[in-house]
Ligand binder design. Structure first.
Ligand code: ZN
Length: 160
């Protein structure tokens, strides 16, 4: 069966950045399952999976535009440490949610310099080229319920 809309696809992946550093991998875990055609995964990878079948293995480089988006400087802010009242010790790498212009925004602390804290609301992988190494493990037809919900049920998916 070739991967097309309404297919549930399970695949193993490893994701490296341009320096060859592994960012994420399914190695040692269950393969990732997604419903094809509804944007469950980044567009550049979904497009490459279309038409593939079980056993196919390939590498693909996905540009930021087709991945997690470009890096927006406007989402990087410097705030006084006092603005983070209630947080005992502010450290690089901390993540929290804050009220943004379009609802809640996940931000990460990227720098602490004296009383100034830099927070970044970009996705951690925004602006990065994503180098995927993919192996297709399983392809099946989605159930009607999965197609309606827009996600996979059962193993590797949503349990509800
Ligand atoms: Zn569901």
């Amino acid at each position: 069966m070739q991967i097309a809309d309404r297919c549930v696809v399970s695949f193993h992946y490893s994701l490296t950045d341009d320096a060859g550093e592994v960012i994420d991998t399914s190695s040692g875990r269950a393969p990732l399952a997604y419903l094809h055609g509804v944007g469950n995964i980044v567009p550049g990878l979904e497009a490459e999976l279309a038409g593939r079948q079980v056993g196919d293995a390939f590498k693909v480089s996905v540009s930021p535009e087709q991945g997690y988006g470009v890096h927006h400087e406007g989402l990087v802010q410097q705030v006084p440490r006092d603005a983070l009242a209630g947080v005992d010790s502010v450290e690089v790498g901390m993540e929290f949610h804050t009220q943004g212009p379009q609802g809640m925004l996940a931000v990460a602390v990227t720098a602490v310099d004296g009383e100034t804290v830099t927070i970044d609301g970009n996705h951690p992988l925004a602006g990065k080229t994503l180098n995927f190494d993919i192996e297709v493990i399983e392809v099946r037809q989605a159930t009607d319920e999965e197609a309606q919900h827009g996600h996979v049920h059962g193993v590797g998916g949503v349990e509800h």
